[in-house]
Design a protein around this ligand. Structure first.
Ligand SMILES: *Cc1c(COP(=O)(O)O)cnc(C)c1O
Length: 409
């Protein structure tokens, strides 16, 4: 494993037995503390290295601590960190102009997380409904969908059980079945103001929308005067091999939300909309950190790099290499399938041992492999969009080892 920017050798540290005891419990984490990362590799406090196909949950689109991001962050930090959201700043204006140029949308709102961008999109739709559609406010979203963890976005998401977890939940969200246009038609009422969906349901296990369904949905929403909001928090900014997944489907949404990859690892998200939906009154929407120059400067560097034709061609090439390798693994290890779009890929297992494979891959020596299991029978791979060709081969070899280790247990 050769590195462009070698990791520093740190003194070995022992993980304390009661790691995380000061944290409010929200998840279970392995007994590992990660201390540095470069490109495709992460290193823990014991000095063990891991080839990372999680990449901060698909956020590090250029890998760990890429020079481009470090440079944008440090240069901007020295110039201006936060003049307040009440004033313009240059990176905010420049990133908005860049997003308009690469997307063809007319207007941009910046926020700090995907959930927040989706909240803003829902508010925009409701405001438009008040002004133009006689108070229509209800949003149709989909079974299996994931839109974030605020209370309203939990209502918008279609995760089983989420409608009761923190009851009472905000109302105004109706559910339809993914890839079932009749179920959308049935769910539309005079109160419906928007339909919101992911074109690839990431958390649900990399479920792809059918092209026919997406075309029908665009036609239906246009016909009924209902906004089409596409949540591209996971699929946008090159992840699926185009700047935006909706370009793969050949449709033009009314509103698009972005997050994850747009910040290359730092908290940044965005809402894009057409001019006719630019309907907030001053004061309707905002946030202390939204559009701060520090994150916007990083976003500008990331979007400029990733949304270029040459970079995107490289993503498609890497995606093909990864997909070919995964298909060979499916054949050799008797798995069910491999699927995905671009570098958002999944491996479907014949049984519910995805968590065991994740643990076995992490525990490989001398180098581990980091994977994610969003469903009990499914592994998700979301490497850096500039992952090395050699690293893809290494990842495939490590994955074979992990599958073999679990198979013989
Ligand atoms: C991750 C994700 C979100 C939530 O983004 P946060 O930054 O965690 O709030 C929303 N929608 C989709 C499709 C996502 O993958």
């Amino acid at each position: 494993m050769t590195l462009d920017h070698p990791l520093t050798t740190l003194p070995p540290a022992q993980a304390p037995a009661d790691l995380g005891r000061d944290l409010i419990t929200v998840t279970t984490r392995p007994d590992t503390v990660f201390v540095q990362g470069r490109g495709d590799w992460l290193e823990d406090a014991q000095g063990k290295r891991y080839l990372d196909l999680v990449q901060g949950w698909a956020v590090n689109c250029l890998g760990h601590s890429p020079p481009l991001v470090v440079q944008a962050l440090t240069a901007q930090a020295q110039r201006l960190i936060n003049p307040s959201p009440a004033f313009h700043n240059q990176p905010l204006l420049d990133l908005a102009a860049k997003l308009v140029a690469v997307s063809g949308f007319d207007r941009v709102y910046l926020s700090n997380s995907g959930a927040e961008a989706n909240e803003a999109a829902v508010k925009l739709a409701r405001r438009w409904g008040q002004r133009m559609r006689g108070g229509a406010h209800s949003i149709i979203s989909f079974d299996g969908g994931f839109h974030g963890r605020t209370l309203a976005m939990m209502s918008a998401s279609g995760k089983p059980g989420w409608d009761r977890l923190f009851a009472p939940m905000p109302g105004g969200f109706a559910k339809a079945r993914y890839n079932d246009i009749a179920s959308v038609e049935q769910a539309i009422t005079p109160d419906t103001v928007a339909v919101m969906l992911e074109l690839v349901q990431g958390e649900a296990g990399v479920q792809l929308a059918d092209p026919g369904f997406v075309r029908d949905l665009r036609a239906l929403t246009t016909e009924r005067g209902v906004l089409l909001i596409v949540d591209e928090v996971q699929t946008g900014i090159g992840r699926c091999g185009q700047a935006f997944a909706h370009q793969l489907y050949g449709i033009e949404p009314d509103v698009v939300t972005l997050g994850k990859g747009i910040g290359g690892g730092v908290p940044l998200a965005a809402v894009l909309c057409r001019e006719r939906f630019n309907c907030f009154a001053p004061g309707d929407q905002g946030g202390t950190y939204g559009g701060n120059p520090l994150m916007a400067a990083v976003g500008l560097a990331v979007v400029s790099e990733v949304c270029s034709a040459t970079f995107l061609a490289g993503v498609r090439q890497r995606a093909q290499q990864l997909s070919d390798g995964l298909q060979a693994i499916v054949r050799d290890h008797g798995l069910v399938a491999e699927r995905g779009a671009g570098l958002l890929r999944a491996l479907v297992l014949p049984d519910d041992r995805a968590e065991q494979v994740v643990a076995a891959a992490r525990d490989l020596a001398p180098a581990g492999l980091l994977l994610n299991a969003p469903r009990p029978h499914l592994l998700r791979l979301m490497p850096a969009l500039n992952i090395g060709h050699a690293e893809i081969d290494t990842a495939l070899a490590l994955l074979r080892q992990a599958l073999a280790a679990v198979a013989t247990r």
